[in-house]
Design a protein around this ligand. Structure first.
Ligand SMILES: [Zn+2]
Length: 99
C-alpha cells in the first residue's frame, strides 16, 4: 500500500515536530542542570532550529515542489474530521493520491 501525498507530508511533519519538541526539552533541561556539557545544549538548540526550518522549507508538493507546511502541520495538529486542504494550491494535484 502506497502512502498518499497527505500521509507522506504528515509523517515528515510529525517527525520534525517531535524533533523540535525533544530538542527544546533538552535545551531547557540544560539551563536547569549546569552539569550537562555545553555541546549537548548547542546540539539541542541546533536541532530545534533545523526542525523548524525543515517544517517551513522541506514539506513540498512532490509534483511542483511548492512548499506545503500547512498540509503537514494539519495532519499533526488537527483531528481527522477537520476540513483540510484537498489539493496543491499551485499544480492542483489531489493530496489524497498516491505520492
Ligand atoms: Zn503541487
Amino acid at each position: 500500500m502506497t502512502a498518499t501525498i497527505r500521509e507522506h507530508l504528515g509523517a515528515r511533519a510529525r517527525f520534525l515536530v517531535v524533533a523540535a519538541a525533544a530538542g527544546w526539552m533538552i535545551f531547557v533541561a540544560c539551563m536547569f542542570f549546569p552539569a550537562i556539557p555545553w555541546p549537548v545544549m548547542v546540539g539541542s538548540f541546533v536541532t530545534v532550529i533545523a526542525a523548524i526550518l525543515g517544517l517551513l522549507l522541506a514539506l513540498r508538493c512532490p509534483r511542483c515542489r511548492h512548499r506545503l507546511p500547512q498540509v503537514g502541520l494539519a495532519e499533526v495538529w488537527t483531528p481527522a474530521q477537520a476540513v483540510k486542504p484537498r489539493e496543491c494550491p499551485r499544480c492542483r494535484i489531489a493530496l489524497d493520491t498516491a505520492g
